[in-house]
Design a protein. Sequence first.
Length: 389
Amino acid sequence: MTATITKTLARDSLTTVERVVDVPGFEALQGEWDELLQESDSDCLFLTWEWLFTWWKHLAGDRKLAILAVRCGGRLVALAPFGLRPPSLWRRRPLGVLEFLGNGCVGSDYLDFIVRTGYESEAREAFASRLADERLVLDWTQLRRGSCAAAGIAADLSERNWTATETVTNTCPFIPLAGVSWEAYLATLGAEHRYNFHRKWKRLNRDYCVQFEQVHSEEQCNESIDLAMELHNMRWRDRGGSDAFHTAGLVAFHREFSQLALRRGWLRLYVLRLDRKPAACLYGFLYGRTFYFYQSGFDPAYRKQSVGLVAMGLGIKSAIEERAEEYDLLHGDEEYKSHWSRASRELSRVELYPPGGLGRICRRSVELERASRRIARRALTSLPRRKPV
């Protein structure tokens, strides 16, 4: 079965823009996708074919595939991994919305266009022309602010009278590790945090038989990914819960992707055991020279032993031993991340509305909806608290 593809010519008659709209077409791109990603400045785990195809299978919802592929002389030089969210007339949004695959609660960071180095101008012109012709709303989230291809394309559309807004949405703490030893890294930490890690680690080894195991087999992976999700939910249960694994789709996604990542050599799933009982876990990926810390969890029965802190430290130590050049803690402003990292980068959201009446209607509808939510939040926070009986 072949992909359903439509083609339009960009200014250069040797440049084509293809639109891939079905799963067979998505599957057929895998080999070219991998090679292109490695030759781009946007290469990261969350833009791999495996991550985005698995996301599509389990988390796409009512979106339709709308991947744009730019070819020069038949060679794939750029991809826009898009999904199309349909119009919503009851919300007064008459235009569809093009979003990057991988968005939403799965937690993908650094989403972007994938452009082969040396073909930036051809790709930028081809994408801007195609998107200007389609006149859909564009909602691009989790962009690496200041260094993403999406920013240039948004600027080109702004020059064509599109309305563009950029909002800083998240911060990603990270640890530069190139050429750093474990001892040298520890020396960069605050004295109190460094002492606390050493003290907790020594006490664990004094009081328990300690094992910090990495998952290597498919059988281990099946068991350990479920354990990781269970320990994560246990850790957050008494703090209002977590949305990391809260739906059947997310659970299915991680069960499948962890297996794919294991086969590709990316998976870094660790279990900290005390007297052979699972006490904490750390779920991440080593892709290229970057370690992506994705999630963690622990059994609250071991809270006093600070098993979460110990597992994090051991995970960073393992990344250093594997010669990772960066330990990325990904988006989130949780306080514990600041104890391990001093550097950070910003993520942003870019929204673009086409010129004309329909674009104005969509933009105004979004603005009104967000204003209503802000008013509702203020009303809730201003309500008097009931005094305990």
